[in-house]
Design a protein around this ligand. Sequence first.
Ligand code: AMP
Length: 217
Amino acid sequence: MGRRFIVLLGPPGAGKGTQAARLAQAAGLAHLASGDLFREHLSRGTELGKVAQAYMTRGELVPDDVTTRMIAERLAQPDAATGAVFDGFPRTVAQAEGLDRLLAEHGERVQRAVVIDARREELVRRLTGRWLCRECQTPYHQTSRPPRVPGRCDGCGGELYQRPDDTVEVVERRLAVYEDQTQPLLAWYERAGVLARVDGERDVEAVQRALARAIAS
Ligand code: AMP
């Protein structure tokens, strides 16, 4: 059987990361999160990390060629041998075209692109109250999902932190960038006949079930 490729689309705060991790685990696919990859480069102090940082701090997109090259490298890793769930990539039509070209080299294509969406005020609430585990990236929320021990991950005991781009100002910019540059992708995947939509305001398990149905159909 060929590799499976699923794209999760949606604004920051919709739950792409949480759902991509669960889906990848359940389906035996690699979880490929472009934001996490950039943050890894940043913490390792690589050249790519330095280039990306300026954009990330402002809530802008890292240039398409840089991003698509990073994804191509990541796709060549052994854990992507069965396929991947893309989380936060592609974010522009140019990146989606780049991904299509990359997959077409092996006669492969995106099987489904699923949009997870939520209302703007809910996205802002989630992001500005978000705490993440430095070790395993598990997300918490200061009021709606607090950790058992303040500042520590329930799962692995790792330290929790707030992303520097989760401030109100940068969140506003990230949402505007989503509307301008990423929304057009919805129509693009719709025309390709692979688009599905899921309501991201339901609880995590309900979203997970809806996503599983969207992918099976
Ligand atoms: P995320 O973790 O998905 O919210 O991404 C954090 C930041 O990384 C974004 O605000 C962008 O600056 C950058 N980034 C992540 N994915 C992409 C992408 N596909 N294209 C361009 N920039 C990206």
